[in-house]
Structure formats: structure tokens, C-alpha cells
Design a protein around this ligand. Structure first.
Ligand code: SAH
Length: 452
């Protein structure tokens, strides 16, 4: 049978792709269908055909998958934030574990590695401590804020989000009213006009401290005093600021932050360690699971008081300081200067003296420290952004010959690629642990232990 565009077919979904889309076959021809789940029997409209596969749009569910649940959020399916709300949480975890395993086998060419059962969240809702809401204008001239609809830049005006800290709803309302009543215009991406681009919020889950930072297309904020007065009615409000971003681009934050109220940061704890977090610094978005993740890093690192650790891509020093108590010395390397300033302050406020931090690219700093200062390591931890590690860095790590390498990754695809390189250079993968930090979403975090 020839599968034709715009025709309607019935099919069963029996697999799930890397972005959470359902996969099934009609007469041997593979079709990818967004929002369909393993076990669903569906009616599908073919919207795009290629030689050996195509894409379909879910028209009707004939028989629902046993894993299908009613999404909690009214915007599920439209909003680009979550992809898996229609799936039972255990099935989400199975999907993530399989995704890691498949990529390590297929891309990493790894065999016989020990895959530990993925660690899920106790409560996979309302877990995020950070949000960046785009701000815009509705057709009838109201200020709106929320999230982008899937694969677009049109803003959905969100009242309630099931994965964010609930206080964000109040913050959004306050900022929208302040804009409306003071005639402050939202930014218009198409025309590169208007002022307020994003509302960035952060919440210290353990401390209750709240940060609000408005990202603006300008260098001055009108009616700033009124904004501060309104936001201070929210309990826990600790830091209010604006960030200057006049660029014509998708990048959310600019380099400059101007404080309007408070110290310019909020504090939170991971385990016993206290952290100061400023608007521009990276900080894990799921504080509960961060402790679980770092606990695994600590376990895999196998530390004792005579071990020297390098923590590469260290952000504000979270992993470094979490490990310092158990190690002889920890060195952190990070590319964002402000994050390194925070890391040093964080070491200070916790009285940690056996840690030092360097600004720069890990792939430049580590080779330089190794060649010029004779840097050595018993354990190297890496936690790179989605694009993974530079090959020069992997090379230098191997030359330093640590007993263990602990690789923390937010992207199993680049993780698999880098593990293949490390295996070829003599480091074997001993354990692989998935940790779910992103319930309802397709992302998954992985921790891997390698040794020589
Ligand atoms: N380990 C930290 C941060 C991990 S996120 C934590 O768990 O909180 C990755 C970090 O790598 C970010 O802080 C980012 O700024 C930094 N980064 C990106 N490219 C880098 C590079 N080439 N060298 C060093 N750090 C880099």
C-alpha cells in the first residue's frame, strides 16, 4: 500500500522517539506522530512523506494506551513547555531509561555496561525553581505572559503551570498589572520595539526567597519604584532587578543586571551547603532531584580525604562545594565570570577552604594548568552543557590519568559520543545512572562512572 499525504489511516503506536513522539508502522511504512503514546490505537492524518518514513497528525484515539492519562494542565499539547503530560509517570521514566540505553548502545557503541534503574521524582509536578516567561501583547491590546506554543514564538497567556513554583502566577499577574497601569509596553520581536521581553523568576525552595528580574530592551525601567512596591507585597521577595538585552536575537539574557531592590541574589541550600544565586548564573532547576544527582556524583567519585578533584563546567561551584567536605582539594572551572565570583563567595560563606575556582573554557584552562602547573587529578567530574565536551578536553583528561571520571550529562546523545571517545582512549564505563530532573518533559539527566 502506498501511504499518501493528507490521507487518513488507522495505526498502532509501538515505539517512542527521542523527542517523545509516538512511532508506528502502516504496512511497513514508519510514521512519527506527536502526542501519541506506545499502546495507542489511533486515526492519523499523514502530513508529510519521505522515502522511508513520514509524519502524521493525531486525529482521534480509537483505543487509548494503558499508559495514557488526562494531562493536568489545560495548556498541555499546545504549550511547548511539556511534551509528556499525557503519559503516566512510570511510563515517562521507562521511556527516559530506554532513551539513555539506546543512545549509549547505538551512538556510543557501548556493550555490557551496568545500567542502574532510573531514579524518578516523588512528586513530578511544581518542582521547578526557575522560569523565564516571554511577555507580549494580545490582539486586543492586553499584556500577556506565559510560554511559547510548540515550535513557534506565539505566546500562550498562562494562568497556571503544573511544573512551576505556584508563586509565579502571582508574580506574573503583578508584573502584567504594573505594565498595563503604567503604560509599559511589551517587546515586539518582529518590530524590535517595546520594552519588557521576559520575566525571569527564581525561588529558593528551602529558603523561600524569591527573585524577579525583568529582561528589557532598554537601559532604564520606568516606574521602577512602583514595580518594587507591588512585588514586595509577595512574601519572600528578596531580589528585584532588570537585565538589559537590546539584541535582535532569541538569546534571553543580556550581560548587564541592574538591581532595584535587595542584594542582587537569593540563597538556597543543596544538602548542607548554602548557595548565593544571581540572575545570570546557572543553577539546577529541580532542587530536590539535584541532591539526588549530586549524591550519585559523590558515590561514583569514591572520595577520601587524600583525593584531588577537578570539577569542570562547575557553574556557581555547586558540585565542587558538595564534594569538598569529602576531598583533599577541589578545583572548579567555568566559563561565566559571574558564576565563578559566586562560586568563590559560596566557598566563603560555607567556610570551605579546600576549593579554588578558575574562569575560562574547560578545554583551555585544564590543558594549560596541566602543562604549565603540573595539575593532577584523582577524580575528574564533568557536567557540560547540551553540546557536550570538546575533544581537546577529553584528550587532556585522559593524559592526566585520574582513577575515575564522573560524567554528568543533560544530553544522552552527546554523552554517548563522548563516552565512545573516552572508551577508545582507555576509560571503561562502569555504571550508568539516569536521574529524572524534568517530569512531564523529555529531558533526562545521566551520571556515568568511568575508570581506567
Ligand atoms: N555543574 C554545575 C553547572 C552545570 S551547567 C551545576 O550542576 O550546577 C554547565 C555549565 O557549563 C554552565 O555553567 C556553563 O556556563 C558552563 N560552560 C559552558 N561552556 C563551557 C566551557 N567551554 N568551559 C567551561 N564551562 C562552560
Amino acid at each position: 500500500m502506498e501511504i499518501k499525504k493528507n490521507q487518513i489511516y488507522t495505526m498502532k503506536i509501538d515505539d517512542i522517539g527521542e523527542d517523545g513522539e509516538g512511532i508506528g508502522k502502516i504496512d511497513g511504512y514508519t510514521l512519527f506522530v506527536k502526542d501519541a503514546l506506545i499502546g495507542d490505537e489511533i486515526e492519523v492524518k499523514v502530513i508529510k512523506t519521505k522515502k522511508s518514513y513520514g509524519y502524521g497528525r493525531l486525529q482521534r484515539i480509537i483505543k487509548p494506551s494503558p499508559y495514557r492519562v488526562e494531562p493536568r494542565c489545560e495548556h498541555a499539547g499546545v504549550c511547548g513547555g511539556c511534551q509528556l503530560q499525557h503519559s503516566d509517570y512510570d511510563e515517562q521514566l521507562r521511556y527516559k531509561e530506554n532513551k539513555i540505553r539506546n543512545l549509549l548502545e547505538r551512538v556510543g557503541k557501548l556493550k555490557d555496561f551496568k545500567m542502574l534503574p532510573i531514579i524518578g521524582m516523588e512528586e513530578p509536578y511544581y518542582y521547578r525553581n526557575k522560569a523565564q516567561f516571554p511577555v507580549g501583547m494580545s490582539k486586543d491590546g492586553r499584556v500577556i505572559a506565559g510560554f511559547y506554543a510548540k515550535r513557534t514564538h506565539s505566546i500562550i497567556d498562562i494562568k497556571h503551570c503544573c511544573i512551576q513554583a505556584p508563586v509565579n502566577e502571582v508574580i506574573i499577574e503583578v508584573v502584567k498589572n504594573w505594565m498595563q497601569e503604567n503604560g509599559v509596553l511589551p517587546y515586539d520581536e518582529g518590530k524590535h520595539e517595546g520594552l519588557v521581553r521576559h520575566i525571569l523568576t527564581r525561588v529558593g525552595k528551602r529558603t523561600g526567597e524569591i527573585m524577579v528580574c525583568l529582561v528589557i530592551n532598554g537601559t532604564r525601567l520606568p516606574a521602577g519604584d512602583d514595580l518594587v512596591a507591588r512585588l514586595l507585597s509577595i512574601e519572600g521577595m528578596t531580589s528585584i532587578s532588570f537585565n538589559v538585552n537590546r539584541a535582535k536575537s532569541n538569546i534571553i539574557l543580556g550581560d548587564e543586571v541592574v538591581s532595584l531592590y535587595g542584594p542582587g541574589y537569593i540563597t538556597d541550600y543543596i544538602g548542607k551547603v548554602k548557595f548565593q544565586i544571581s540572575p545570570l548564573s546557572f543553577y539546577q532547576v529541580n532542587p530536590g532531584q539535584t541532591e539526588v544527582l549530586y549524591g550519585k556524583v559523590l558515590e561514583f567519585a569514591g572520595l577520601s580525604k587524600d583525593k584531588v578533584v577537578w570539577d569542570l563546567y562547575c557553574g556557581i561551584g555547586t558540585i565542587s562545594l558538595f564534594l569538598a567536605e569529602k576531598a583533599k582539594f577541589v578545583y572548579g572551572v567555568e566559563i561565566v565570570p559571574q558564576a565563578i565570583e559566586d562560586a568563590k563567595v559560596n566557598a566563603g560563606i560555607n567556610g570551605i577552604e579546600n576549593a579554588a575556582f578558575f574562569v575560562g573554557k574547560a578545554e583551555e584552562v585544564l590543558p594549560r594548568m596541566y602543562a604549565e602547573e603540573g595539575a593532577c587529578a584523582d577524580v575528574i567530574v564533568v557536567d557540560p552543557p547540551r553540546k557536550g565536551c570538546d575533544e581537546e578536553l577529553l584528550d587532556c583528561m585522559v593524559r592526566m590519568a585520574p582513577e575515575r571520571i564522573v560524567y554528568v550529562s543533560c544530553n544522552p546523545g552527546t554523552l554517548a559520543r563522548d563516552l565512545k571517545v573516552l572508551e577508545e582512549k582507555g576509560y571503561g564505563v562502569k555504571k550508568v545512572q539516569g536521574v529524572d530532573m524534568f517530569g512531564q518533559c523529555t529531558h533526562v539527566e545521566t551520571v556515568v562512572l568511568l575508570s581506567r
